[in-house]
Design a protein around this ligand. Structure first.
Ligand code: SAJ
Length: 405
């Protein structure tokens, strides 16, 4: 029996995947609401294929607020970072391990899927295991198997992405590998714990650095008065060049967060990583400056005529964590630019002031449209937005007269 701790973005699909492949699973979450809803087969997330997976797995899974006594645990709780020190805040993981230690069977395996900075297990977890070994006379095997799935395509990526399993003991690594191989068709590589920790953080940092290059290019090209997208399209024809796309900023709880772990722990050497974070964090301000230039150019001074399209951190998902739009709104508020309309088809609860819940009503009230997120809806709204002044920060609209970053 596997006890999955934390039923959020990663924990729920992972628990269901194991259950759908014949494993008995108990999904545990500290939030009573989350557990009650799942017991009633009520899923909040709009993730593709999650409902179908639920149907397949439901006979093998139970949901609870409590940890159970078993021989395998998977921890998928959040790992935020301290906004001041930039270091990881491992308290949720530490808390989960402390609770497991009290209840687990001897020789149990505890797989940490949550992203953790390199060295977290050495610094924050091993002392708990050593203490329980003495006090409770139990051995516990710690493993790090970071998730790699992308919101919007999670189920597919759970199945087909390669995975890494970091463990102290080869036999334990092989045991966990076998478990994951029940559903994972990608290659499963085993290594030591610290390498697995570093690999995960490095993957997201790699992407942050590359997105930062595209974003900096957009600033350079604005000064040079050339179209950055045309430059990238042509440069990418070079066989060894593959530049990513500039945008209004980098959101989500991974790429925008993990690089800080490296900066926090290795400030003396992380020059590129820090600069990339700063460039990406500066993009909402760059968008604000573009909006202000365009409004002045058209002699529009009434902020309520401005509409921000999209609040999620990327297209066709409902996740608003570290969203560039929310950062832009915060900046506007600081500059006393209150009153812009905001709309997102995936956010159907009130999140910000002046939020509109109907696309046509949103368009009816504005003259300037700022596309912050490339949801499918806006890609197909060619006719509806034709009379607007448009700033397309994602370069996705095919309308003739569109301002870009
Ligand atoms: N973005 C750009 N330009 C681009 C690509 C992305 O501005 O060319 C922006 C997006 O709009 C978004 C942000 O970057 O705001 C991040 O989006 P993403 O789709 O690149 O990645 P995430 O955060 O949804 O998921 C990432 C993935 N990591 C990598 O691609 C290395 C995923 O595989 C990880 O599982 C996930 O982080 C995680 O949990 O760590």
């Amino acid at each position: 029996m596997i006890n999955v701790i934390g039923l959020g973005y990663i924990g729920l699909p992972t628990a269901l995947m194991f259950a759908a492949h014949g494993e008995s699973v108990v999904g545990t979450d500290c939030n009573k609401d989350v557990v009650e809803k799942l017991k009633m087969e009520n899923i909040d997330s709009q993730e593709n294929g999650l409902r179908e997976l639920f149907t397949l797995g439901k006979k093998n899974i139970k949901f609870s607020n409590d940890y159970i006594s078993t021989d395998m645990y998977i921890i998928s709780v959040p790992t935020p970072y301290d906004k001041n020190t930039k270091k990881i805040d491992p308290s949720y993981v530490v808390d989960a391990v402390k609770k497991i230690v009290e209840i687990c069977l001897d020789n149990a395996v505890v797989v940490i899927e949550s992203t953790i900075s390199p060295g977290t297990i050495d610094v924050h977890i091993r002392n708990i295991l050593a203490e329980q070994n003495v006090r409770l006379k139990k051995k516990l095997n710690i493993v790090h198997a970071p998730e790699r799935i992308i919101p919007g395509n999670m189920i597919n990526e759970l199945k087909y992405n390669a995975r890494v399993i970091g463990a102290d003991d080869k036999n334990v690594a092989e045991f966990v590998k076998k478990k994951y191989a029940s559903f994972c068709r990608g290659e499963i590589v085993t290594t030591d714990i610290k390498t697995a920790e570093m690999t995960k953080v490095v993957e997201n940092t790699y992407r942050d650095v590359n997105i930062a290059f595209a974003n900096e290019l957009s600033k350079i090209c604005r000064l040079a008065e050339i179209d950055v997208h045309e430059v990238i399209r042509i440069a990418n024809m070079h066989p060894r060049v593959s530049i990513l796309q500039p945008g209004p900023g980098v959101g989500g709880h991974c790429i925008a967060v993990d690089p800080w772990f490296l900066v926090g722990d290795y400030p003396q050497v992380t020059k590129v990583v820090l600069a990339a974070r700063q460039v990406n964090s500066s993009m909402p301000e760059f968008v604000l400056n573009r909006i202000s230039d365009i409004m002045l150019q058209h002699n529009i001074r009434d902020v309520s005529r401005l509409g921000l399209y999209g609040m999620t951190y990327k297209e066709n998902i409902d996740d608003v964590r570290e969203s560039p739009t929310l950062q832009l709104i915060e900046l506007m508020n600081k500059n006393l630019a209150f009153g812009a309309s905001v709309y997102d088809p995936f956010v159907n609860y009130k999140l910000v002031e002046n939020q509109v819940f109907n696309f046509d009503e949103f368009l009816g009230g504005i003259d300037i449209l700022v596309v912050m997120v490339a949801h499918d809806e806006i890609l197909h709204a060619y006719n509806k937005v034709e009379d607007k002044i448009i700033l397309d920060t994602k370069n996705v609209l095919k309308n003739k007269k569109v301002y870009k970053l």
